[in-house]
Ligand binder design. Structure first.
Ligand code: ZN
Length: 553
């Protein structure tokens, strides 16, 4: 057997979200992260998407473990869906496990899953692989990079990280461990590219404190802060400042309550007694003494902040004098929803403070100078940019080449599905796997088939025609003129004669059909459909979905 290591990203490389990677040596395979994504198909009733795990089927007996770097949805959200297919042991930190548990519980998988909690610097042997968990800083807590010893050399997967020497919760990034591996020799560094286009260092989580203190000092009435529920450092800062300014805190939004519950239970959040109040208590509290910490920083229509802005949140609305702080970044694709929501907030009379106006948000990802620190600590033979759209991967490559002195051939740009082969000397892409997406409707956690989404898109773009044709069984002739009903079809309206024309085409197609066609309902349907489709396409250029119904009487 050839001693080669294969690295195959199933998602997250060349796109935002779906972070998931397979690492294979011989007949053993590790899966690193299982993230979800937020697809454009949202308008067609798709809530989220997960990588298509079908390609792993051929390695069913080879998968030995699933390792999670941290608890963000784009690294953890697909966990139930992959475990339903491949029930393998999961390794992650305590906090990630807390989040994973609540997710597995929703899917009724908790009892069937082997969840191993690991500490920083733990080393776990999994077959030919040996994995050390190295503490890194990020916007949530208890996050790891993975140092994976393989028979061809050590591979370090950074997960998501930034270099924060003064985090709010827990210890700083463990650069010593990275340097230890650097001295030992590292074959490849798979490194977060999310902020690779951003010069300088990413500020510490603490950097938002001064602006938030100013906002608290100035706010004349209620304060509403929208943040990612998973940004645990940020939540701690907001809780602390609220306490300092004698304001109670009320949490709104399902995920805000969930993350705070998990982080509090596991001891990551330090919540002063009596600080948190219920919604009812909050409504009894004076405006100058309350903070609402809410979900919906991305303008999600069902989340608390949008509902407050749209006056559809039960029991509360945004009012004149409220200060609304968006303490989060704009995830690409959400710009319009956020802008629209801000418009509504202004209409309600709120003062809006967003990232562009004050330093109320810092990123959790490595900027260029953080990437420098990481790369210089690890000194890998190969740098492989991961986690980000292609633009970011490319800029990561450029930075490493131009500023860290790496040769072009030692920086490997890969995309989802690429099979990257490493033999200790060389790294090259040797193949490509077809890896699609599975769309999920979160209301029932059910996968929506790709062709269902395709049908929905088809209906949305071109509309639908149903036609009912009643045929005399004996003679094969029409009993009555065909009935045609259209919905959303360009060119069809009751008065323009187009429907009559279409009816004539359908009649002609039935009378012109051969005896064999008439005898076979399936053939006849297809025959009518094709004739009508041809006519409509010629007349209007549209391609509506056509659904013939045949009644044999
Ligand atoms: Zn993350």
């Amino acid at each position: 057997m050839n001693a080669v290591l294969e690295i195959i990203p199933l998602g997250g490389v060349g796109e935002f979200g779906h972070n998931c990677m397979a690492m294979r040596f011989g007949d053993e395979m590790l899966i690193l992260d299982a993230g979800m994504g937020f697809p454009e198909e949202k308008v067609f009733g798709v809530d989220v998407s997960v990588p298509d795990f079908d390609f792993l089927e051929q390695y069913r007996d080879n998968i030995t473990a699933l390792i999670l770097t941290h608890g963000h949805e784009d690294h953890l959200g697909a966990l139930p869906y992959i475990l339903k297919k491949f029930n393998v042991p999961v390794y992650c930190s305590h906090f990630t496990a807390g989040l994973a548990e609540s997710k597995l519980e929703e899917h009724d998988l908790l009892g069937d899953t082997l969840l191993h909690r690991v500490e920083p610097r733990d080393v776990i042997d999994i077959g030919v692989f040996s994995v050390e968990f190295i503490r890194v800083s990020h916007s949530l807590v208890d996050c790891f990079s993975l140092a994976i010893r393989t028979p061809v050399g050590t591979v370090i997967h950074t997960g998501d990280y930034k270099v924060d020497e003064t985090p709010v919760i827990g210890e700083p990034i463990d650069l010593r461990s990275f340097r230890r591996y650097g001295q030992e020799g590292v074959l490849a560094l798979l490194s977060d590219s999310t902020n690779a286009t951003v010069p300088g260092r990413t500020p510490s989580e603490r950097a938002v404190i001064p602006a938030l203190e100013e906002i608290f000092a100035e706010a004349p009435a209620r304060i509403v802060i929208a943040a990612f529920a998973s940004s645990i450092h940020r939540l701690q800062i907001i809780l602390d400042i609220s306490q300092q300014f004698n304001r109670k805190v009320c949490l709104l939004g399902r995920s805000m309550l969930k993350y705070v519950e998990v982080a509090d239970r596991l001891g990551y959040l330090d919540i002063p007694d009596g600080l948190l109040v219920s919604f009812n208590q909050a409504k009894q509290t004076r405006d100058q003494e309350i903070v609402f910490l809410v979900t919906g920083s991305q303008g999600e229509s069902r989340a608390a902040l949008s509902q407050l802005a749209m006056q559809s949140y039960k029991g509360m609305t945004i009012e004149d004098g409220d200060t609304v702080v968006l303490s989060a970044r704009i995830i690409p694709g959400n710009e319009r929803a956020i802008s629209r929501m801000i418009g509504f907030l202004y209409k309600r009379g709120a003062n809006i403070i967003e990232e562009k106006r004050r330093l109320v948000h810092v990123s959790g990802h490595a900027s260029q100078e953080d990437i420098r620190i990481m790369t210089e600590a690890v000194r890998p033979k190969f740098v492989v940019p991961i986690h980000g759209e292609y633009r970011m991967l490319f800029r990561h490559k450029e930075f490493v080449k131009n500023h860290l002195g790496y040769a072009e051939e030692n920086i490997i740009l890969i995309e989802n599905g690429d099979v990257l082969e490493l033999d200790g000397e060389q790294a090259k892409v040797v193949g490509k796997k077809e890896i699609g997406r599975t769309f999920i409707d979160e209301t029932g956690f059910e996968a929506i088939r790709n062709d269902t989404v395709r049908e929905r898109r088809h209906l949305a773009n071109d509309g639908m025609i149903t036609l009912v044709v009643s045929i005399n069984v004996k003679t094969g002739e029409l009993n009555a003129p065909p009935e045609i009903v259209s919905r959303g079809v360009r060119g069809f309206d009751a008065n323009n004669g187009f429907s009559d024309e279409a009816r004539r085409i359908v009649t002609a197609s039935v009378t012109g059909a051969s005896r064999d066609t008439l005898a076979d309902e399936g053939l006849l349907k297809e025959h009518i459909r094709v004739e009508l489709k041809r006519f409509i396409q010629k007349q209007t250029g549209g391609k509506p979905m056509i659904m013939p119904v045949i009644l044999q009487v």
